[in-house]
Every structure is written in C-alpha cells, then in structure tokens.
Design a protein around this ligand. Structure first.
Ligand SMILES: [Fe+2]
Length: 332
C-alpha cells in the first residue's frame, strides 16, 4: 500500500521537466560493505524505472588511504553509474583526499584521487577541471548549478576539506577577494535561478564550518543548497542534529538540505533525494529510503526570497542582528 509521499512522487513525476538523482557518502573502508550498500541503492532505484536525466554525487564516494581498495571501489561505482548512461556531476568531499593526506604525511611527492580522477576522465561526466579549482558549473533548464568542491594543490602542499583547511594553510592561495569574485560570477550567471551543491553545508546546516560563508551573502536567486557529509542517523558525528535534514542558510532566506548518506552502516538507512524541476521552475524534493523501497517525505521549496534586494551589509546594519555581529571570517 503506497504511502502519501509515494503517491505524491508519482503524481509530481508526470509534471517534472527535469529529474536529478542526488546522493553522497557511499564511503566504506571495506569493499564488501560498499558493494552491499551500492546494490541496495541501485536495485531500489531501478524499481523507480531509473527516472533521472542526471546524477549529482556530493562527495565521499570512497574512504581510506588503501590505494588498491580505493581503485576497486572506484571501478565498482563507475560500472554501476555508467550503466545508467546519464551525466554525473561530482563534488569532492573530505574522504576523497585521504590518500593525498597519507602521501603528504609520509613525504611522498606524488598522489592521486582515484574516484575524482576517474570522473574527470570519464566522457560526459563533470567535476572540476583541475584539483586546485574550487567550483564548477552546469546548467539545467533555467537553473545555474554551482558545485563547490574541496581542493588541493597540484604539488600536494596544501589541502582544503571539511569546509576549512586540512593541511598547508599557510600556503593556501585563495583570498576573501577570490571568494567575492566567485559570488560576482554567480550574480552574473545569466540564469534566473541558482542551486548550489557541495559536500558540506553553509553555516546553519549540519556540521557547518566557515569556508562557504565567504560566499555570503549569496545572491537572492539561490533557491536551494544541497549537501552531504553529515550522515542522517549517525549519532557520533551528527550529534544533536542527527536527524535534521532541512535547515536554512544562516542569515539568509535560503533552504539547505542534507541528502546523506548512500549507506546504512553509519547512517540509519541508504538514502538519496530525487529532485524535480517543474515547468514553472519550482522544485520538488523526494527523500528516498532505499532499504524499505519508499519515499519518506517530500519538500517543495518556495520560489521567492523574503530578503529585499540591495546591499546586504546595509540591510544587515538596519536589522536587529547585523552581519557585523556575526563574527564573519575575514581572513584565510
Ligand atoms: Fe564527509
């Protein structure tokens, strides 16, 4: 007997102009666990008749510095996702850099990132052009989609993960001015709507940290941020936010959604989100429980922003709690 979220999904699927499958964090140390979780997700997704035209994978596809196992688990996932014959966009997360950190700590000059390197060389799949880049963009209908990625020096002398510095902070090249230029790029994107996606949250989301706050104030046509990293159901790392799936970006009228995780070992079950973009550019998000073959909830973000256009700093100054009191990070 279908529940209301399943019925709603079926109804809305007929109206969707674009359908995207969004997930993150398959990360497993053991190959057998990765294979088990991936099979649960892929088999359940097939029950939905593989509806998406694109995959957005928000990082931590693999975990550990065991290079042979990283390569095996990369091959496993490349086979599975390429069988769907649709584009895949990949925003790296902290565990994509585990082997690089091992090399850094052990004085090895060379390093690789098997899953990221695979996506970069896979025809029709998308990620940053080189590992030092902080973002890439794809367009879907009337949406510009900005993927913010963790990043690392080509010579492995610095690395940024967890929305902050992992090592080599004194050599980190990106200034506040750089992040302001990224925000200007978003403001001039030429599309009426923007979605942002990353491995981590903006401030206000689960396990938030500081780096993405450098992009704030986000343009007022950002309709949604999607992220992973904080596995829903994981008490150890999720803490008191363990079951929080929908939040707001701090100080802005922008919702953000935790889609994690694609595994049921740390997380409570294998999860993903089916994202719809409808004819009128409104969005529908359907939260999937792959273990139980059902949708658990649906969310329809509003298509407008309550913030007034204009200078953010001025508006903050006029409000009771100005941005100046928020302890905004101004250095690297
Ligand atoms: Fe992560």
């Amino acid at each position: 007997m279908p529940q209301i979220a399943d019925e709603l999904y079926s109804l809305c699927a007929k109206k969707a102009r674009h359908v995207i499958w969004v997930f993150s964090d398959l990360q497993q140390r053991l190959y057998s666990n990765a294979e088990k979780c991936l099979n649960i997700c892929m088999e359940d997704y097939a029950l939905l008749k593989n509806p998406a035209q694109m995959i957005w994978y928000l990082g931590d596809s693999t975990e550990s510095s065991n290079l042979p196992e990283l390569i095996r688990m990369t091959d496993l996932q490349e086979r599975a996702f390429s069988s769907l014959n649709i584009p895949l966009c990949y925003a790296t997360g902290n565990h994509d850099y585990d082997y690089a950190e091992y090399c850094f700590r052990n004085g090895q000059t060379g390093f690789c990132m098997p899953f990221y390197d695979m996506v970069r060389s896979h025809s029709g799949w998308h990620t940053t052009e080189n590992c030092e880049d902080t973002w890439f963009r794809v367009d879907v209908g009337n949406y510009a989609v900005y993927f913010f990625c963790d990043h690392i020096a080509r010579d492995n002398s610095w690395c940024s993960t967890h929305n902050g510095m992992r090592f080599g902070g004194e050599r980190y090249p990106y200034t506040d001015g750089y992040f302001a230029s990224v925000r200007r790029n978003m403001e001039q994107c030429g599309k009426p709507n923007i979605i942002t996606a990353a491995h981590c949250a903006f401030p206000g989301g689960n396990r938030d940290t500081y780096l993405l706050s450098k992009l704030q104030p986000l343009p007022l046509n950002v309709r949604l941020h999607l992220y992973g990293h904080s596995h829903i159901g994981d008490y150890v790392w999720g803490g008191n936010r363990v079951f929080s799936q929908i939040q707001w970006v701090d100080w802005q009228d922008i919702p953000q959604v935790d889609v994690s995780s694609f595994e049921d070992i740390r997380g409570s079950f294998c999860r993903s989100v089916i994202l719809h973009i409808y004819e009128d550019d409104s969005l529908g998000l359907f939260f999937r429980n792959h273990n139980d073959h059902c949708f658990t909830q649906a969310y329809f973000p509003k298509t407008t922003c309550a913030e007034a256009p204009g200078d953010f700093e001025r508006r903050a100054e006029l409000s009771a709690s100005g941005w100046g009191r928020v302890n905004r990070v101004t250095d690297n």
